[in-house]
Structures are given as C-alpha cells and as structure tokens.
Design a protein around this ligand. Structure first.
Ligand code: TXA
Ligand code: MG
Length: 306
C-alpha cells in the first residue's frame, strides 16, 4: 500500500508501523517512544531483542533533546548530516526512546537521513523515528519499495524511488576517546578523520566491546555467493566491476558509488534466479569498503583446492 506523508505521520503517531525511504535503504519505522510499535518491528523482522535500533532525527538540535552530543559529535553532524552517518552517543533523556528500541543500553544510535521524504516525515511527526532496514532479519536490505513489499506485503510504504547510496549508513561509536567504526557505509574513515583531525579505527573482533548484534549479523543468500573472483565457474553468474567481460556489471565505468547503488537490487534479482553467484574483486576504498563488508557477510568460502 502506497501512502502520503500526512497519512504516514498519522499512522506513526497512532503507534503503527510505516516503511519509509532514506538515501541508504528503506527503513521500517515507528515512533521511538511507542513501545508496542517497537515490539512489532522486532516481531515482524524476526530480529533478536538484543540488537538495538537507530533513531532518525530531523537535525542535530532535535537529537540533542535526548542524546549527549560532544563537540566532536556536533562537528560530525555539521559535516555529514543529513547523510549516511549514524553516531553512537550517550542517551540523555530515556523518555524519548523506549528501552526495547535501544536493547536496554544507555547509548543510542542517531542519524539524520538525506532524503526529502524522510525529512518531511520527520517534520510532520516531530519525534524521533526508530527504523531498522525494512527487511526480514538476515536478508538483504531493501533499496526500492518493491523490495519492502516482497518481505512485508501488508505494510504501508512511503514511495521514494531507488535509494541513492544503496548500502546502510556508517556507524561510528563516539562514546570513547578513539572513534570506532562499527559498520562501514557511505561515509569513509578518511572523511571522518578529516573532520576530527585524529585517527579513527575500524571495529575488529579484538577491539569490540559494545555493538550488540553487530558481529553475528550475517546475510544468508539462498544461493552460494563467492567474492574476489577472477575466474568464475561455468555454472555461476559472474557479477563484474569496471571494464570487463561478465554477465552483469555493478558499474561498467568502475564507479564505486554506482556499484553500491546497484548492489542489493542485483543480489536480490540473482538470488531469485537460483544460480550460484561469483563477484569480481571490488576495490576496498571509500564506499568499496562497505560493499566488501556486506559481501563478506554473505559469502561462502571457495574450497581451497579449487
Ligand atoms: O542506513 C541505515 O542505517 C538504515 C536506514 C534505515 O537508516 N538502518 C539500518 O538499521 O541499517 P539496522 O537496524 O539494519 O542496523 C542498525 C545497526 C545494528 O547493527 C545495531 O546493532 C546498531 O546499528 N546499533 C544501534 N544502536 C546501537 C548502539 N547503541 N550501540 C551499538 N550499535 C548500535
Ligand atoms: Mg539491517
């Protein structure tokens, strides 16, 4: 069901769920303080209760009503909001975000989406909206409304076209002295370092303390998927990048942004087709890091004898 922004706002304020577009992927939204609606999100997605949701806000001032924004956090919002950067910061006023939405943590993930419809919706409801990606848990995130409908045929959906960024936001934990990237996304470590003028590190299994749900999250495609492949097997669909011979190309011109935009739609389409997928090497720079991160979560290892 496609709806207007006014309808969507009304449904949300009545504690219903609505899917809405962002620049990264479509979100499955609810008012952050509506506990029953938040419970429905977890149930509908089949999401474990220990995996907290991100709060979407209109701007940094709205975020500051319930979250502690350090001067560094402010500088990042100034540089990258609206945009694909989620900041993990201490929670100040728990009345804005029910405990189920943040898995009982005393921190909260906040972001301001760069999509005119999402911003209009946030203006209408005037409360933070929690929204995980609008897909069943452990499946690929939706970058078009049709993808949302595939998983949730009954859900009211705000139509917003194809998502421009195409992979989920960068998640940056700024609660410690060294900023930690919990999930690579549309904003790179170098982008962040330029603003903060200090090093930023990527979460690894060795330095992780928080990030519930981060490590286990694994997208399990219905067909085997192999990455970094230069010689595909004949039975596989070969997904290329750049000027090369392949069955389908994420970006013939070798543009990582274009590849990110096409990634999830391509995976969904190929998954339905049923053939194993092999994917050419993707440079691990800029948004390429996010592409490779998502592929790693989906990939099967090639038998080393092959
Ligand atoms: O681009 C995006 O971020 C999309 C759009 C809809 O905004 N949303 C999204 O949400 O990807 P989701 O729920 O699929 O992923 C949110 C991630 C989860 O892995 C969760 O563990 C992490 O954010 N997260 C949320 N709050 C956190 C917190 N307080 N501490 C650590 N990680 C947190
Ligand atoms: Mg997700």
């Amino acid at each position: 069901m496609s709806i207007t922004v006014t309808d969507a706002a009304q449904l949300l304020l009545n504690r219903q769920l609505v899917a809405f577009p962002t620049e990264t992927v479509y979100g499955l939204g609810a008012c952050a303080n509506a506990e029953e609606a938040v419970e429905k999100i977890y149930a509908l997605k089949g999401r474990p209760a220990h995996n907290p949701l991100i709060c979407h806000v209109l701007n940094a001032d709205r975020a500051a009503q319930f979250a502690e924004l350090s001067s560094e956090a402010y500088a990042l919002t100034k540089a990258f909001w609206p945009g694909p950067l989620t900041l993990i910061v201490p929670l100040k006023d728990p009345s804005f975000v029910c405990s189920k939405a943040r898995a009982n943590l005393n921190t909260v993930g906040i972001r301001c989406p760069d999509h005119p419809i999402a911003l209009e919706l946030l203006k209408h409801v005037d409360v933070p909206l929690v929204a995980p990606s609008a897909n069943l848990s452990n499946q690929v995130s939706p970058t078009r409304s049709a993808h949302v409908r595939d998983h949730f045929p009954e859900l009211p959906i705000l139509e917003g076209g194809s998502c421009q960024t195409g992979v989920e936001s960068t998640i940056l934990d700024v609660t410690g002295s060294t900023p930690l990237i919990l999930r690579p996304g549309g904003i790179s470590a170098q982008d962040i370092e330029r603003v903060l003028n200090k090093p930023v590190i990527y979460k690894t299994t060795h330095n992780t303390i928080t990030a519930p749900g981060q490590l286990q999250v694994h997208y399990a495609p219905k067909v085997p998927l192999y990455m970094d492949i230069t010689t595909p097997h004949p039975e596989e669909i070969y997904v290329g990048f750049g000027d090369m011979v392949c069955d389908i190309n994420l970006s013939p011109s070798g543009d990582l942004k274009e590849a990110a935009q096409n990634l999830f739609h391509t995976l969904r389409t190929l998954e339905k087709n049923g053939q194993p997928i092999s994917i050419a090497p993707i440079p691990n720079t800029g948004i390429g890091r996010a592409i490779n991160d998502r592929l790693q979560r989906a990939a099967t290892k090639r038998d080393s004898s092959e």
